[in-house]
Design a protein around this ligand. Sequence first.
Ligand SMILES: Cc1cc2nc3c(=O)[nH]c(=O)nc-3n(C[C@H](O)[C@H](O)[C@H](O)COP(=O)(O)OP(=O)(O)OC[C@H]3O[C@@H](n4cnc5c(N)ncnc54)[C@H](O)[C@@H]3O)c2cc1C
Ligand code: SF4
Length: 376
Amino acid sequence: MSKVRCLTVFLLILVMAGMSLPVSAQGTAGGDNDNKNLITTNPFLLLFSWWNVEYERKLASNSTLGIAASYTSFEDDSDDPFGEKSTYLSGYLIYRFYPSGKAPAGFYFGGRLGMTSVEIEYFEDDTSEKGTAYGFGLDVGYTWLLGAQENFAISVGVGATRLFGGDLEDVISNVQMERLAAPAGPTGGKIVRPSNNQAPTKVAFVQCAGSRDVNHLNYCSGVCCLASLKHAQYVKEQLPDAEVTMYYIDRRTPGRNEDFLLKTTAISGVNLVKGKVGRVEQSNGSLKLHVEDVEKERIIEAEADLVVLATGMVPNAAGDDLAIFTRKDDDGFVLDDLEAAVTVAGVARRPEDVAASVRDATGAAARALVAAGRRA
Ligand SMILES: Cc1cc2nc3c(=O)[nH]c(=O)nc-3n(C[C@H](O)[C@H](O)[C@H](O)COP(=O)(O)OP(=O)(O)OC[C@H]3O[C@@H](n4cnc5c(N)ncnc54)[C@H](O)[C@@H]3O)c2cc1C
Ligand code: SF4
């Protein structure tokens, strides 16, 4: 972290402490906090260039109303051709309730309502896109007013904000699709667009979303071709008029699964297009896909109102140091360690379907029995 940034943050805190002086002068002497206004910032976020400020004004003895604004930006290495720069700007209206009746001091809880706008700039082709999401959140915390004039405030608190109406709300993952189509899922099994709960008319499946890509997951996630074909069937069973397009680079449907592929593609309204989807963006209430048509070597544009990303499988334990799973491959999948009597089964070992996981588990149990027999 640069010295200049640390110094800037320090000066800003001093300025803000100074700014509260005339405000507290409105209150009566002796530390009474009538008419107290607070201007606060989170210095820890400032150290990471997350600029943030809150203005809170006393409404009544037990409540305050305020506004909060923040700005931050994250940027990949400029020599990364697929890198991007993301900029976030947000503004929120805050209401806080202080049960002690000494607002703005003491314990509080409250809510916030506002919006966050995001801009992403792509280094690859020097383009950018913008989106805005509405949000509401809840906060709890405690504020101490310090000093003879109570003109310095320290506050600790936690909060969470949920964003709604994001421009890309109708872009979901295959796991979300699985839940949407499940009778015990959030919509009782009805496949709808999350943005408006309406049935989609054009559904696009984006294969290898993150997998088989040196910048993300090097490996094939094994089951997503079949999972998307299964989802395409779910869509057509519920919405026979819907148009379904699957954008793929390779189709991994070995053995008898090839029959499943042929059966699905024979359904009228199901199309497979060999193409790599580079970007999805909002366009007049619908979604626009930028697709690299691999065979014709050109970029095409396509429309959809629900996009399902066949996201890759990542092992849960990839970044963790689990006590027994000491041996992992380069991607974080767990390896057998027969010396330590550890034998692995299922997707902890590699991406695979249920049948292969069950076979693995049977093999693992057999190996465990052999090892136990040797030790007896
Ligand atoms: C979208 C999608 C659709 C699919 N559809 C199909 C399909 O139609 N047919 C098919 O055959 N396969 C399908 N699969 C693949 C299938 O889900 C897997 O093959 C199967 O779930 C693997 O079983 P498993 O027991 O190895 O792992 P999981 O089912 O993932 O079970 C592992 C369990 O371990 C728990 N766990 C993880 N880490 C820890 C920890 N540190 N401590 C304690 N618990 C932990 C997890 O919460 C989880 O409950 C699909 C996969 C996806 C992503
Ligand atoms: S299973 Fe299909 S969609 Fe999934 S990573 Fe492999 S090729 Fe791509």
